[in-house]
Structures are given as structure tokens and as C-alpha cells.
Design a protein around this ligand. Structure first.
Ligand SMILES: [Zn+2]
Length: 440
């Protein structure tokens, strides 16, 4: 049995425990408490600092807005154990805004029949065997960043410019913008998935486009900003930053656009209700600061949700996502998907999988899972995107060999290395879905 199978069965056995009332109540409740408490410890609470915000006991799961509220026993939201299965069905079938509204109301009034619509049944309904391998799947692809050129790559600080370096053996200058690589990868992957019958949604529709449907430069125009303010999308403070001629485009991007755009990505992905979400990034060596010269490291890794830190439960929205990750199977499935993906990266790209000590941010900001190369990390997208996801970070763009390969071809869909990356995502998805079929 593979590690993924074990993980999947742990979750499934847990759901079965919840479904059969014949199971002795005390033992079943003890199992539920143990399962969820360990899940928080292993995946969700990076620095063991979240206890003031939740309680897991015989009554069920409670979430608190503050430590004081926990002391006074005033939960922000409470779920009884016998509501968990129905709550999971509700999460799968409702949109994010409705789910958040229910969370804000403080309690869940389950109206779903768990015998007919248990999460396992819902998931199995999606994976219908067909001649095409991915028929019936809805897959969202998020091509990381927005730049379609080097200038915007500079504004979002996601580009590399290397001069020739005789010492390192770099014969030609390098100019790579990560947003162009991710978009080309997404485009190639979309074609492959659609050829196998999947319905694919891309958060960015064209090279240089953003989740708002326009490039950053267009989004920045005064008329557009005025309409965003009128619609309540941005605050007056944000509007002033965006319209201030003294503020650099880089700061406008960094302090306003970036977070709003990531929020938009999560919103449109969740509205699509995908079975899987593939978030595509290319990595760099974090110790090669400035990224003005090539380096030698090269790794693949993947991220899933979790690893919340002390100040990461500061709003009802964030606490709701913490609860969702705790009670649903989103995290377990994301880990399984990411594990299949990182194995495919290593095999198809011939680049090693990063272990916990291979990057500082893995130690400082992540929790390891049982799967090599899969790390819990509380990124905006791993937190807000619902359902199984993989946040892929393939190879290091600033690696001396990779930068030469990635620099080839203006049209990055014609770049051989990018094509290999797209193929490795495709193979990873096929392997994950195949393992799921075998488990049925
Ligand atoms: Zn990136």
C-alpha cells in the first residue's frame, strides 16, 4: 500500500466511523477527537500557537475569535460531531460566500442526508470511468503571476536578468519572466487535459493577463480604479495609493494589486467548483538574493494548505478556512495530489525533490507532511482555494543549466523545457486520478 493509499484510507475510515451509528459512541467520539487533534498538530498549527482559537472535545469542534472568548466559552462557530459529514457536503455544494455566511451565523443547521450524500459518495460520483481518462473532471489551472513581458516581470519582481558570465560558463545573456513561463505551461497543460476529456478553467485567459481579465497596466488606469472604488472593490486608502503619481508601479503592484488579484483568483476558481486545482510556479534559489547571476541549486517542491502561525487566524475568513481544512478531506486529497505531482516532476524533469532542510522557508514557514516534497504552507491561494489543490514549484529558474534552457524561444509554448514541465503536470494528474480509481 502506498503512502497515499494509507493517507486516503485514514480519512475514509474516519468518515465511516462518523457515518455508522452502530459504532460504540464513546469510542467513535474518542477516535474523532484524536483524528482532528492530530490533524491540527501535524498539518495546521505551525508553531503550536493556535490553541486559543479552537477546541476539539466530546461536544465537537468550536472556533473562537480570541483567547478571551475561549475562556468565556463564547465560540464564533460550533459544529457537533454528528454534523461534520453534512457540513462537508454543504462545503462541497455551496459557494464560498454562502459557506462564509453560515460560518458567520455561528452554527450549522444540517439539512443533507448523509446516507445518500456522504462526501465519499459525492467524490465517487465525479470519477466516472470513461474511455477518455479525465472525462467528467473539472480542473482549474492557475498560471502564477501576471507578466507577459520583462517590464511587467520587473514590476512584479518575478524576472531574471543575467549578463554573460564567463566564470560560470554563461555564454549568452538571460532574460526570463516567470509569468510567461507559467502561462505557457498552463496553456500546454490545458490542451493535454482537454484532449483527455477534462473541462478546464484558467484564471488568466491570455499571456500578460490577470485574474481581473486585463493586464496590470490596464487595471491601473484611472477610469478603471474609479470604477473599482465605486463598486467597493478597493478602499479609499488603496485608491489613493493607486492614483498617487509619486508611488512607483512596483509599490502599487506590491501593496494593492497583488493581494486583490490573488483574492480574485481564489474567488473565480471556487466559483468554478473544480475537482482539482493546479497552481503553477517556477522556483528560484532563495539564497541567490537579487537574482542577478546564476546559481547551482535545483529542486522541485509542492505546497498545500496548513501551517497557520500565531497571527494567521486574525479574521473570520481565515478562521473559516482553518475549520474547512480541519473538517474536510481537502488537505488529505491535496497532499495525495501533490505527492503524485512531485514524483512526476522528479521523474520527467530529472530534478531532485526538495527535502525539509533544502530551503530556509521550508523550515521557517512550512510543516512537512508524510510525503516527500509536499509541504503545508499558509499561502493566500493554498488557504482560500477550496478542494484538492497542488501549488507546484518546479525547478530553479536561476540554476545555471535551467536558465539557459528556459531562455530559449520567445514563444514559451515552443520551449522544450516548458513543454517537459507541462507534461510532468499532466502525468502527475493522470497518476493521481489513476490511484483514486484503483482505490474504489
Ligand atoms: Zn512564482
Amino acid at each position: 500500500m502506498t503512502r497515499f493509499c494509507k493517507l486516503f484510507f485514514t480519512g475514509t475510515v474516519f468518515l465511516l466511523l462518523m457515518s455508522f451509528s452502530a459504532f460504540p459512541q464513546d469510542a467513535a467520539t474518542t477516535a474523532k477527537i484524536k483524528y482532528h487533534t492530530e490533524k491540527v498538530k501535524n498539518y495546521l498549527d505551525k508553531n503550536n500557537a493556535l490553541l486559543p482559537y479552537y477546541a476539539i472535545n466530546t461536544d465537537g469542534i468550536s472556533i473562537y475569535a480570541s483567547a478571551q472568548n475561549k475562556l468565556k466559552n463564547i465560540p464564533e462557530f460550533h459544529l457537533n460531531w454528528d454534523q461534520v459529514a453534512a457540513f462537508n457536503v454543504f462545503l462541497k455544494t455551496s459557494n464560498s460566500a454562502t459557506a462564509l455566511e453560515v460560518y458567520r451565523s455561528g452554527k450549522f443547521v444540517g439539512t443533507f442526508s448523509t446516507s445518500k450524500n456522504s462526501p465519499s459518495t459525492m467524490v465517487n460520483q465525479i470519477f466516472i470511468p470513461e474511455t477518455k481518462l479525465l472525462k467528467g473532471y473539472k480542473i482549474a489551472i492557475d498560471a502564477g503571476h501576471t507578466a507577459g513581458d520583462m517590464e511587467t516581470g520587473g514590476i512584479e519582481q518575478k524576472c531574471l536578468k543575467f549578463n554573460c558570465d564567463s566564470l560560470k560558463g554563461l555564454k549568452s545573456p538571460i532574460a526570463i519572466s516567470e509569468g510567461m513561463l507559467t502561462f505557457a505551461t498552463a496553456t500546454l497543460l490545458k490542451k493535454k487535459l482537454e484532449a483527455e476529456g477534462a473541462e478546464v478553467f484558467m484564471t488568466r485567459k491570455f499571456d500578460g493577463g490577470s485574474a481581473f481579465g486585463v493586464p496590470f497596466e490596464t487595471w491601473l488606469k484611472k477610469k478603471h480604479i474609479d470604477s473599482l472604488f465605486a463598486a467597493g472593490v478597493i478602499t479609499s486608502k488603496q485608491k489613493n495609493i493607486l492614483l498617487n503619481p509619486k508611488t512607483s508601479k512596483r509599490d502599487k503592484f506590491r501593496f494593492v494589486f497583488k493581494d486583490l488579484e490573488l483574492q480574485k483568483r481564489a474567488e473565480i476558481i471556487n466559483n468554478f467548483h473544480p475537482d482539482l486545482t493546479i497552481i503553477i510556479h517556477y522556483n528560484v534559489d532563495e539564497t541567490n538574493t537579487g537574482w542577478t547571476k546564476p546559481a547551482n541549486k535545483n529542486f522541485n517542491m509542492t505546497f498545500v494548505g496548513g501551517a497557520f502561525m500565531k497571527n494567521d487566524l486574525s479574521s473570520p475568513e481565515k478562521r473559516f478556512e482553518f475549520l474547512r481544512l480541519l473538517v474536510s478531506e481537502d488537505l488529505e486529497r491535496s497532499i495525495a495530489l501533490s505527492s503524485a505531482m512531485v514524483k512526476s516532476f522528479e521523474k520527467n524533469l530529472n530534478v531532485k525533490t526538495a527535502t525539509y532542510s533544502d530551503a530556509k522557508y521550508l523550515i521557517q514557514g512550512c510543516l512537512s507532511t508524510n510525503e516527500i516534497g509536499v509541504y503545508c504552507r499558509n499561502l493566500q491561494l493554498t488557504r482560500y482555494v477550496h478542494g484538492p489543490l497542488v501549488y507546484g514549484e518546479t525547478l530553479y529558474q536561476d540554476n545555471i543549466n535551467e536558465c539557459v534552457l528556459l531562455n530559449k524561444e520567445c514563444d514559451k509554448t515552443k520551449n522544450e523545457r516548458v513543454q517537459q514541465v507541462a507534461e510532468s503536470y499532466f502525468q502527475g494528474i493522470l497518476n493521481y486520478t489513476k490511484e483514486k480509481m484503483e482505490l474504489r
